[in-house]
Ligand binder design. Structure first.
Ligand code: NAP
Length: 268
């Protein structure tokens, strides 16, 4: 059943770059209204102009706000409700990582990761689900391949994504009787602003990952929307990512503990 055909308004968080921008571009052709959320207003306005020129009939709303702030999240939903805008497709995409040892991490960054990756995703879902139960809807939560195993030097990030995948799976079961699909998107490496945002400084090492393992963001989003259309619970976009997920989830934790000890990086 093609779910997207029946949506009127999508809300995409983290739409100023990377996967969120691509979600907005691909979803725009299939909705009447789209709401773009992130902090960098100029990038959101540029994206809004691109969407308007490609799809003149689509109404585009730009909300520059900080998802770490509860008040910003509440104001967003209140403002939309005041304008009679009720998102029925929520794409919880905004997120950030922090690559390096936990002991030397900056607390402000850890806190932002917890607030954006976990709290904002959960809060926006909580604010919008009641309306979806009344009128219909769907939720896409952008998790990660990192959600399937603990990752030293990416410990908090991987744990936040384990939360996202677990939460999505459980919520999906709760919302089944209301016919609201919930999809967890679990990409492997994708070329976006994520790598730079995850580095601790210009001199700190980049996250190790093979070039051949990268999946284009266009493919990640296209596979994700196709997965939503067929009401899948989870998608690992790209064949290599899917194969990696299959192998990683089959490895016993005792073996993983041993193997992960040989990690490529030791210092934060
Ligand atoms: N790229 C990868 O390899 C990869 C792999 C697996 C999963 N993911 C997940 O994919 C999602 C999208 O990331 P990406 O790869 O597209 O990275 P990205 O290009 O860095 O995009 C991250 C987005 O999140 C937004 N964001 C971050 N903090 C925010 C805050 N406090 N308030 C509002 N918006 C905030 C950013 O907007 P502003 O800076 O303008 O606020 C930006 O639009 C994330 O959840 C990430 O964990 C990425």
């Amino acid at each position: 059943m093609p779910y997207l055909k029946s949506f009127t308004c999508a809300l995409v968080t983290g739409a100023s770059s990377g996967l969120g921008e691509e979600f907005a571009l691909q979803i725009a052709s299939r909705v009447d209204k789209i709401v773009l959320v992130a902090r960098r207003e100029s990038l959101l306005e540029q994206l809004a102009d691109r969407i308007r020129s490609r799809h003149p009939r689509v109404a585009v709303g730009v909300f520059a706000l900080d998802l770490t702030k509860r008040a910003d999240r509440e104001r967003l939903v209140e403002t939309l409700a005041g304008r009679g805008v009720t998102p029925d497709l929520l794409v919880n995409n905004a997120g950030l990582g922090d690559y390096g040892e936990f002991a030397t991490a900056d607390w402000e960054k850890i806190q932002s990761m917890l607030q954006v990756n976990i709290e904002a995703l959960t809060h926006l879902t909580h604010l919008l689900v009641p309306g979806m139960i009344r009128r219909g809807g769907a939720i896409i939560n952008v998790s990660s391949l990192a959600s399937v195993i603990p990752i030293p030097d990416f410990a908090v990030y991987a744990a936040t994504k384990a939360y996202v995948t677990s939460f999505s799976e459980a919520l999906r079961i709760e919302l089944r009787e209301h016919h609201i699909p919930v999809l967890a998107v679990c990409p492997g490496p994708v070329k976006t602003g994520f790598g730079t945002a995850s580095r601790r400084s210009g001199h700190s090492p980049e996250m190790p990952s093979r070039q051949s393992f990268y999946v284009p963001k266009q493919q990640v989003v296209a596979e994700s929307l196709a997965a939503l259309d067929r009401n899948a619970a989870r998608i690992y976009p790209g064949l290599k990512t899917a194969a990696a997920a299959f192998v990683l989830t089959a490895i016993p934790i005792v073996v993983l503990r041993f193997a992960l000890g040989f990690r490529p990086r030791r210092n934060g």
